[in-house]
Design a protein around this ligand. Structure first.
Ligand code: AMP
Ligand code: MG
Length: 419
């Protein structure tokens, strides 16, 4: 068979083609405690003001600001304490002239009072206290509705539910949260050279590392995962496996067999399925042969067998698709800028993605390639928390240049606080 001719498209165009597909998961309700990292399926509207009532942000005394106008160091003013309330309590008293209510953080401001004096600003006596400073009306008061008013949209449909969103949902009494279902994914490692993790090595064979790696990346996204047994390079059984996977799952990820070699059957599998191929060549390294298709309303990802390429393909394309189909508003990889700490002089016809480590050195964000970085590399992936993204068509990059970086490990930490 003649070698198939493929036309590379820019990475941005590849991502656009994925995002342009309209494949959306169903909406369901999950328990608030299980909603972390789901995408919210409805706007959440404030059903009451926050704060819900004027309240004290400090432990102190609530009083009338008008009674403090003559206070100074030489003219301490005395207030009589008429009541004492903790958080959650409400005073029945009304604060009159030169009266005060002892109030704790979070308690409602009693009637008549319009300012709070912190405990530290008073000298206390048996029946009251004195102050030496004037207070303005509303000083030290958290005012009803100052953060959020009834009717405000406090969380937007399409937002990822983070810890803060969970706090907001809890505030408004959501024990259940409307979210988009997470897709289920079939992970199929292909290659007659592959052995299972527990197998003894044999001449010419390697262990399947992509399957477990992709499974871990999918786990990070909260997907339901089915790992298929290693698929030999055989067209008929490959078609059978992928056809079967399409019945069971929302996303099919294969690794390997996507190139133009004698046993690279993925193009023929997609042909057999009458899949719409969104692209089969991307102007990027590694992973230029990465192929993405759609069949029966489902995404099929043909990731390269080369581990670094496989990882890059997941980060750029699978992650984006998962976010899109779960209704997320923000779907594009987040790019930050950092100072390159090593020369990278290899000329770049295509956009190059390099597994790398970002560090804040006390002054600036820096980024260093994380080791041997060919497309077949595995170890550098483990030491990376980011990918440097170097545009194609340049003659290389020198230490000190500012480069674009995609962060891949949101929970990475520095070894040491170098501030
Ligand atoms: P392929 O994409 O099938 O041409 O494979 C490209 C390279 O990746 C070859 O050297 C394969 O041996 C290797 N490879 C393929 N699949 C895997 C896998 N699941 N785990 C580790 N390496 C793989
Ligand atoms: Mg192969």
């Amino acid at each position: 068979m003649p070698v198939e001719k493929r036309t590379p498209i820019p990475v941005s165009e590849a991502i656009k083609r994925i995002v342009n597909e309209i494949i959306l998961m169903d909406i369901t309700n999950v328990k608030l405690s299980e909603s972390l990292n789901y995408i919210l399926a409805e706007d959440i509207v404030a059903t009451y003001d926050i704060p819900r009532f004027d309240k004290s942000p400090y432990d102190g005394f609530a009083l009338r600001s008008i009674d403090t106008t003559k206070a100074s160091g030489d003219n301490r003013i005395f207030f009589k304490v008429i009541d004492h309330i903790g958080a959650g309590a409400v005073s029945n008293e009304s604060v009159g002239e030169h009266e005060a209510v002892r109030i704790m953080t979070g308690a409602a401001i009693p009637k008549g009072a319009d300012a709070v004096v912190m405990l530290e600003q008073t000298t206390e006596y048996e029946s009251g206290f004195t102050i030496r400073k004037q207070f303005d009306a509303l000083e030290n008061i958290s005012i009803k509705g100052e953060e959020t008013k009834t009717g405000d949209i406090v969380l937007q449909k399409g937002q990822r539910i983070n810890a803060g969103a969970i706090a907001v949902l809890a505030t408004y009494g959501y024990t259940e949260v409307p979210v988009y279902n997470k897709p289920s994914v079939a992970i199929i490692a292909t290659g007659s050279e592959l052995l299972d993790v527990g197998d003894e090595l044999e001449p010419g064979k390697i262990r399947n590392s992509n399957g477990p790696m992709i499974s871990a990346l999918a786990q990070n996204l909260g997907l339901t995962i089915e790992t298929y047994k290693i698929q030999q390079d055989d067209l008929d059984t490959s078609i059978e496996t992928v056809t079967n996977a399409l019945q069971q799952h929302d996303i099919i990820i294969t690794t390997g067999g996507v190139s133009v070699g004698d046993f690279d059957y993925l193009p023929q599998i997609y042909q057999h399925l009458e899949a719409k191929v969104l692209f089969n060549k991307v102007a990027m390294r590694p992973g230029s042969v990465t192929t993405v298709a759609v069949a029966q309303g489902k995404y099929l990802f043909g990731l390269s067998g080369n581990p670094s390429a496989c990882y890059t393909g997941f980060e750029l394309f699978v992650r984006t698709a998962v976010l899109k189909m779960t209704g997320a508003q923000a779907v594009y990889p987040q790019v930050v800028r950092a100072t390159l700490m090593e020369d990278f002089t290899k000329p770049n016809p295509f956009t190059r993605f390099i597994r790398a480590t970002t560090t804040f050195d006390g002054h600036q964000m820096t980024v260093t390639p994380s080791g041997f970085n060919k497309s077949g590399a595995v170890v550098a992936i483990a030491h990376s928390n980011a990918m440097i993204m170097l545009p194609g068509g340049t003659r290389g990059y020198k230490k000190g240049y500012t480069v674009d970086v995609i962060l891949t490990e949101s929970d990475s930490r520095e070894y040491d606080l170098t501030l």
